[in-house]
Design a protein around this ligand. Structure first.
Ligand code: PLP
Length: 386
């Protein structure tokens, strides 16, 4: 292998090739840089339209948006929220901020989101909501989940931070649940630097979220606050970037789908070694992160694999550690074998709109070479012991 770093490929990178600079300059020149200004409404309008719902409420990040959705939906002390253990930690933290208890469910082995078959056994008299996470851009199988929710009188909320642009039976992620939360962190499909949003068809919920987002100020009496609210407002500058990003949302999603297509072309002949992303017949994947899992019998150290890729100038990331394995949510449990296996065997490969066909073949060459060299080393330890 060539150990010279001749490239630097980041795992994620924003693409700001629309009206971003123009709109940000407009904020600066007009001095509307705080959380009032026209871009906030424009961004919310574009998001609602894209997600095929009447309302979008933007916030200062994707953790606050999820917290806001749960709080506005009335999740509170002692309530239980069912969620996948294989997710970003923000999913559980948002419930924790409401003094609710996250109740974890294992994931499904093909598309890695919460297994609908495992939800019902997690329901208790305290359960208030099912919090679904379309992981890495693949939608969850929402219809059976909604049926379960209906039977038990539960809310369905989506932490859709990773799945803007994905489709479920032709419907947009963002329109599938009572409320859906998005993130616009710099590594997400569209970005505002830091930012978030909730989409919903529920007018009351939308207006309650707007109320709580702005420190719960009485709409008809300024500086009067009848409840404890939050300052979760997005700035007009962030919304200006978001407006420009959202104007080209289809393009941003299509670029990732193109990158995924290239990965499939390069890696499909190696499916004896790697499980490649799977798409359910009812889904259109938005490929936030192209994710591969080693076959368990051919596994090498995931962390060594990542380290070797870094030596070739390729940034990658481990599949999330299951949230139940972290100290504050720790459970000694054998209830989550699929999540634990995916976490141990999986990495996210660089996925963003600036990658070229050539970048993708460079990445794949090194993914295979690095796996190969680790596999050979570990299968003949005595040969390499020196
Ligand atoms: C990115 C992300 C969030 C929100 O992250 P922020 O950094 O707060 O915007 C929440 N949940 C999941 C699953 C995510 O991937």
């Amino acid at each position: 292998m060539n150990h010279r770093i001749n490239r630097s490929i980041r795992v994620a990178e924003p693409v700001l090739d629309g009206n971003e600079a123009l709109y940000v300059m407009d904020c600066l020149q007009s001095t509307w840089i705080s959380s009032r200004g026209t871009y906030i409404d424009r961004f919310e309008g574009l998001l609602a339209e894209f997600c095929q719902v009447p309302y979008a409420v933007v916030t200062n990040n994707g953790t606050s948006s999820l917290h806001l959705a749960l709080a506005a939906a009335g999740i509170g002390a002692g309530d239980e929220v069912i969620m996948p253990t294989l997710s970003y930690v923000a999913t559980a933290n948002a419930a924790h901020y409401c003094q609710a208890k996250p109740v974890f469910v294992d994931c499904e082995p093909n598309y890695l989101s919460m297994d609908p078959e495992r939800i019902e056994e997690a329901i208790s008299p305290r359960t208030k909501a099912i919090l679904t996470v379309p992981l890495y851009g693949h939608p969850v199988d929402i219809d059976p989940i909604r049926q379960i929710a209906q039977r038990h009188g539960l809310l369905v909320i989506e932490d859709a931070a990773e799945a803007i642009g994905a489709l479920y039976k032709g419907r947009r992620v963002g329109s599938l649940a009572d409320a859906s939360s998005f993130s616009f962190f710099g590594n997400k499909t569209i970005t505002t630097g830091e930012g978030g949003a909730i989409t919903t068809a529920d007018e009351q919920l939308a207006s309650r979220m707007r109320f709580l987002r702005g420190q719960a100020v009485d709409p008809s009496k300024n500086y009067w606050h009848p409840e404890v609210g939050f300052n979760y407002r997005m700035t007009n500058v962030a919304a200006a970037i978001g407006t420009a990003q959202a104007e080209r949302l289809d393009i941003h999603v299509q670029r990732r789908q193109q990158v995924a297509q290239w990965y499939f072309e390069e890696l499909s002949e190696h499916q004896d070694i790697f499980q490649l992303p799977w798409t359910a017949p009812w889904a259109q994947h938005s490929y936030w992160m192209y994710t591969i899992l080693m076959r368990p019998e051919l596994a090498v150290s995931r962390d060594e694999w990542i380290r070797l890729l870094a030596e070739s100038g390729i940034e990658s990331r481990p599949v999330f550690y299951p949230i139940h394995s972290m100290p504050m949510y720790f459970e000694r449990s054998d209830k989550y074998p699929v999540a634990e296996r995916c976490s141990r065997l999986g990495i996210n490969l660089p996925t963003h709109g600036k990658l070229t066909r050539d970048d993708v073949s460079y990445v794949c060459r090194h993914v295979i070479a690095a796996w190969n060299s680790l596999y050979r080393t570990q299968s003949k330890p005595h040969v390499r012991a020196a």
